[in-house]
Write a protein that binds this ligand. Structure first.
Ligand code: SF4
Length: 280
C-alpha cells in the first residue's frame, strides 16, 4: 500500500466532461462574487462551524459510517475506543480482527454491521485506489459518489458526508439547493462545476473570526484538527463554507418551504426571489 497520505485528501480533481458552453449555461454571471457574498454573510452571522469534528480524513469516513442511526455522543465514544486502540486509520482497520473491531465500535450501536462496513470500505479503497485516500478523492465527484453508493451500507447521506468533509467535494443537497434558489447555478450544473466555482469564489477568503452577529444561531461543534490545523487555508475555508451551507439548509432552506424571513441569507434574495419564496 502507499505511504500514509490520509491528511492530504484535498487532491486536484479532473474537471467534469461537460463542454465549456454547457458549464457556462449552468453557472450564472458573477457567480464567484455571489459565492463570496453567501460565505461572508453566513460566516458573519454564525461564526466558525468547525465541520467535520475529526482529526483526519479517515476519521471523517469512520465517523460518517458510525453515525448512522445513533447520536453523535455514541459515535464519539466509539471513536475514542478506536483512537486509544491505535486503529483509527486505513492500516488500523485493515489489520484489526473483525471481533476486536466489533467490540471497539459497540457504543455506536449496530456494532456487527458497522464493523463489517468499515472493513468492507477499507477493502474497497485498497482494491480500487491502492489504499490511497488522496487517489480516491482525485476521482471526479459523480463517479466517486456512484462507487461509494454501490458499497453496502453507504447511502446518499453517508456518501455525501465522506465526499464533502473528507474529500472536499461539494455534493451535499443543501449547497446545491441554496445555490439554485439564489440563482448562482441552475439544475444542470455538475457537482464538479460547483466545486470549481466554490474554489474560485473562495480563493481569497479567510476563516471567520470574531463574534457571530446572531445570538440564535445553529449549534456548532468544537474546533477539531480537521477544522483547524491539518488542511491548507483554502481547504479550511472551503469546509467552513460547506458547514455553513449545511446549517442553512438544515435549519432554514427546507426542501418544501424555505424560511427566508428568519434566514441569514434573506438580504441576498432579489425582489423576484423574495416574491417566489416569501410571497412578498
Ligand atoms: S431560506 Fe431563503 S434566504 Fe435562506 S438560503 Fe434558502 S432561499 Fe436563501
Amino acid at each position: 500500500m502507499e505511504a500514509a497520505t490520509e491528511r492530504q485528501a484535498f487532491a486536484p480533481v479532473r474537471p467534469s466532461s461537460g463542454t465549456k458552453s454547457k458549464t457556462a449555461r449552468a453557472i450564472s454571471r458573477g457567480a464567484r462574487e455571489r459565492v463570496r457574498q453567501i460565505y461572508r454573510k453566513l460566516a458573519q452571522a454564525w461564526g466558525p462551524q468547525h465541520w467535520w469534528p475529526a482529526e483526519t480524513p479517515f476519521e471523517v469516513i469512520a465517523s460518517a459510517l458510525l453515525t448512522q442511526n445513533t447520536s453523535w455522543t455514541n459515535v464519539e465514544r466509539a471513536m475514542a475506543n478506536l483512537r486509544s486502540a491505535g486503529v483509527l486509520s486505513l492500516e488500523g482497520i485493515r489489520n484489526i480482527s473483525l471481533a476486536e473491531l466489533e467490540s471497539l465500535v459497540r457504543p455506536s450501536g449496530y456494532f456487527r454491521q458497522k464493523a463489517q462496513r468499515l472493513k468492507a470500505l477499507v477493502s474497497f479503497i485498497d482494491a480500487n485506489y491502492n489504499g490511497s485516500l488522496e487517489r480516491m478523492f482525485a476521482t471526479p465527484t459523480e463517479e466517486l459518489r456512484e462507487e461509494l453508493l454501490s458499497q453496502k451500507g453507504i447511502g446518499p447521506e453517508t456518501a455525501d458526508s465522506i465526499l464533502l468533509y473528507a474529500g472536499l467535494h461539494p455534493v451535499d443537497a443543501y449547497a446545491r439547493r441554496i445555490l439554485e434558489r439564489h440563482e448562482v447555478v441552475n439544475a444542470s450544473a455538475k457537482y464538479d462545476d460547483i466545486r470549481l466555482l466554490m474554489e474560485g469564489g473562495l480563493e481569497q477568503e479567510d476563516i471567520p473570526t470574531g463574534t457571530a452577529l446572531e445570538t440564535s444561531r445553529p449549534v456548532v461543534h468544537s474546533p477539531s484538527a480537521m477544522s483547524t490545523a491539518q488542511q491548507s487555508q483554502r481547504a479550511r475555508v472551503y469546509n467552513e463554507m460547506h458547514g455553513l451551507l449545511v446549517q442553512a439548509g438544515k435549519h432554514y432552506c427546507h426542501k418544501r418551504q424555505p424560511h427566508c424571513d428568519i434566514c441569514a441569507l434573506k438580504d441576498l434574495l432579489t425582489a423576484k426571489q423574495r416574491v417566489r419564496f416569501m410571497g412578498h
